[in-house]
Each structure stands twice: as structure tokens, then as C-alpha cells.
Ligand binder design. Structure first.
Ligand code: PHB
Length: 398
């Protein structure tokens, strides 16, 4: 077996790993990106679709990014409760917007750009061990797509390999080592062939449960309704799915169409106890999970990566350790704000199975406190569009 060498071994070719490889390449640090999945699997996995303005600005650094051309700018969302809709105006509140551009499209852009730039990007590569993170040269071992063993020596290893991360146990000392919360509900998601039912996303709180009316394109829509986490996704007929969705969005007649995909999304909040150990660190879902209500997942991953890229530039490029030592604390500040926002949106909008009449009326009081107050609307708009990113990155070349 040949032992190979790279500066940074990145485990995981999701948004975090791929974007990190781009930022490192910008500053002349070479990396190898490894992912167990095939390229087509990565490019076709359906995930959420909201990009903060700061995320879109960062993706502008990627040659050929279609976030602004194929994606759509959204200047607000609607909160629907007690039979009425209330618009939160993003530019009017905070001077920023979000973009609806699905994660698998972001991944297609990133993979194409990284391969065009000559990135060493290996699909179907299974990492079986990460060792020596407390030494000068951590080591990543595994097998390639055709079953050949490999061994990679690096200056630093990054776990960007999602919620079932193989790097996380090395950093935290255990595979579960983190702060964790589960919710007593899930989302039933559908993709359907239909025109949009509304101009903007509708987050609807109804006695029957929560629903989110999102979009994908002029002809494909994404919608979710609150469901039991143990539901069998195939048990409901299309007619039942439409009836359930419709009941959760009183006041809007949904435009129906053939449902061609259905899935159940579990709701979890998680933050790893440690984000760095020696020459290894965690980013994105390997470091934290948020429930999808706040649309923060991919944005938070990109925010981690910006901090880590700067820290690695300082350490590997100039021998300065301040930023890498500070990474867990600096990243945690945004992570916990996003955790709070995601939990808050979730608890404010969903019908908890054990909610009393008091809880239900209090929840409506909370929703009114938000939409009827400039401060409330501004807080929601600020968090949803994304807190400012102090990137510290130099302007991209070209
Ligand atoms: C989506 O379009 O998939 C989506 C949008 C907003 C969310 C979650 C998911 O909060």
C-alpha cells in the first residue's frame, strides 16, 4: 500500500467539505476530499433549500455557481396562524434577503467547480480509521471505491462527514458525545409536480399541526406537514396527503399535482461536546444538527468552514495558533444562536402532542408578540437571513 501525503484531509464531500477545499485552494493549501458515497448519490440527495444572503455571497467565489441565476431571491416569509397570514419583510426589517436554491444544486455546482480546478476528490472512498490526531501527522486509512486500501498522512484532518461522522468519535472521545434534544414530531415531506401555491414560503401553525409550503421551481413544489416520527411514509394515499396538508394551511387552496417523492425528516438538535482535538476538527452536521424549521443547516456548515479555513491558513501557513485554538469557542457562538433559533421556530410553530389548551393559547400569544412587534419581526428576519459573517477572507482572485 502506498502512503500518500496531503496538507488537509477532508472527510466528507457535502457542502462543508467541498467549500472548505475551495477556500483552502484559494490560499494555496492542498487537500484531499474523501466521501463514501458516489457522485450521483451526493448530487441527488434531496435536502433543504434556503441560503442566507451571506452564504450566497460566499458561493459567489465558486466559478459557475448558479445560486443567483437558477435560485430565487425571497424577500420575506409568511407566518400563518389563527386563520391569518402575517408577512415578515426581510429587506424592510434588516436589509437582507435569502435565496431558495436546493442543496443538491449547490453540490452539483461545487463538485463541478472543484473537479475543474483539479481538486483531488475521491468518491466511494470509505474511511475506516483516523489516528494520530495528537501527533504532528494524523493518518486517515480506508478503502477506495474498488476496495484497495489507502493511507493518507496529513497536517490536519477535518470531519465534514455529516451526522454519522467517523471523525467525530476521534474528536469527542465517543460517537454520541454531545448535547442532544429530540422532538416528539417529524416532517412528512413531499415533492410534487404543480405550479407554486403561493409567492413566498408559508410557515403555518394550525390546530391540526404545522405545515410549510415551500417551492423548488415553476413546476415542482416542496411541502411538509407535521407528523408522528414513526409514521410509515408509504401508508398514506396521495389524496390523504393532500387532505392533511390542506387542513394545516387554512386560508390557502393548495394547487395539487402528482406526488413523486415522499420522505420523513426526524427532528433533532445536537452539538458535539468538542469541536477540535489536536490536528482534527469538526464542521457542519458532524459538529451539529438543527431541526429544519429555521433553515439553518447548510448555512451553519458554511459559517463553520469559513472560520476553520482562516484558522488553518494562520496555523499551517504562518505557524500562528490563536485562531485554531479559538475555533471551538468562535464557532460555538453562532452554532448556539442557530440552535436557539431553530428550536424557537420549531416550538413556536408546531403542535406538541401533549400540549394543553393553555399551551396552545400561549403559543398564539407568542406568535402575536412576534408579528405585531417591530422588534419581534426584526429578530426573526435577522436570524432567518443570517447573522453577519466576519469572514476575514481576502477577495477572491479574478
Ligand atoms: C425547503 O424548501 O426544503 C425548506 C425551506 C425552508 C425550511 C426548511 C426546508 O425552513
Amino acid at each position: 500500500m502506498t502512503v500518500e501525503r496531503t496538507r488537509v484531509a477532508i472527510v466528507g464531500a457535502g457542502p462543508a467539505g467541498l467549500f472548505l477545499s475551495h477556500l483552502l485552494a484559494e490560499i494555496g493549501i492542498d487537500s484531499v476530499v474523501l466521501d463514501q458515497r458516489s457522485r450521483s448519490e451526493i448530487e441527488s440527495t434531496i435536502r433543504a433549500g434556503i441560503l442566507e444572503q451571506g452564504t450566497v455571497e460566499l458561493l459567489d467565489r465558486i466559478p459557475g455557481s448558479r445560486a443567483r441565476t437558477v435560485g430565487h431571491r425571497h424577500d420575506g416569509i409568511q407566518l400563518r396562524f389563527a386563520g391569518e397570514g402575517h408577512r415578515i419583510d426581510f429587506p424592510g426589517s434588516v436589509g437582507r434577503s435569502v435565496w431558495l436554491y436546493p442543496q443538491h444544486e449547490v453540490l452539483q455546482d461545487l463538485i463541478a467547480a472543484r473537479l475543474a480546478a483539479g481538486q483531488d476528490l475521491r468518491f466511494g472512498a470509505t474511511v475506516t480509521a483516523v489516528t494520530g490526531v495528537d501527533s504532528e501527522t494524523p493518518r486517515v486509512t480506508g478503502t477506495t471505491a474498488d476496495g484497495t486500501p489507502f493511507e493518507l498522512l496529513a497536517d490536519f484532518v477535518v470531519g465534514a462527514d455529516g451526522s454519522r461522522s467517523v471523525v467525530r468519535p476521534v474528536v469527542t472521545g465517543s460517537s454520541t458525545g454531545g448535547y442532544f434534544r429530540e422532538y416528539p414530531f417529524a416532517w412528512f415531506g413531499i415533492l410534487c409536480e404543480a405550479p407554486p401555491s403561493a409567492d413566498e414560503l408559508i410557515y403555518s401553525n394550525a390546530p391540526e399541526g404545522f405545515a410549510l409550503i415551500s417551492q423548488r421551481s415553476e413546476t415542482v413544489q416542496r411541502m411538509y406537514f407535521q407528523c408522528d416520527p414513526h409514521i410509515d411514509a408509504d401508508a398514506l394515499s396521495e389524496a390523504q396527503l393532500w387532505d392533511t396538508l390542506q387542513a394545516c394551511v387554512p386560508g390557502t387552496t393548495l394547487t395539487e399535482g402528482p406526488i413523486f417523492q415522499r420522505d420523513v425528516l426526524r427532528f433533532r438538535s445536537f452539538v458535539a461536546h468538542e469541536l477540535r482535538r489536536g490536528r482534527a476538527a469538526l464542521v457542519g452536521d458532524a459538529a451539529h444538527t438543527v431541526p429544519p424549521t429555521g433553515a439553518k443547516g447548510m448555512n451553519l456548515a458554511i459559517a463553520d468552514v469559513v472560520l476553520l479555513a482562516r484558522a488553518l491558513e494562520e496555523w499551517l501557513g504562518h505557524g500562528r495558533t490563536e485562531l485554531i485554538d479559538a475555533y471551538p469557542e468562535t464557532a460555538s457562538r453562532r452554532i448556539w444562536k442557530a440552535q436557539h433559533f431553530s428550536w424557537w421556530m420549531t416550538s413556536m410553530l408546531h403542535a406538541a402532542p401533549d400540549a394543553s389548551e393553555f399551551d396552545r393559547l400561549r403559543q398564539l400569544g407568542e406568535l402575536r408578540s412576534v408579528v405585531e412587534s417591530e422588534a419581534g419581526r426584526t429578530y426573526l428576519a435577522e436570524a432567518y437571513t443570517g447573522w453577519p459573517l466576519e469572514t476575514g477572507l481576502t477577495a477572491p482572485v479574478g
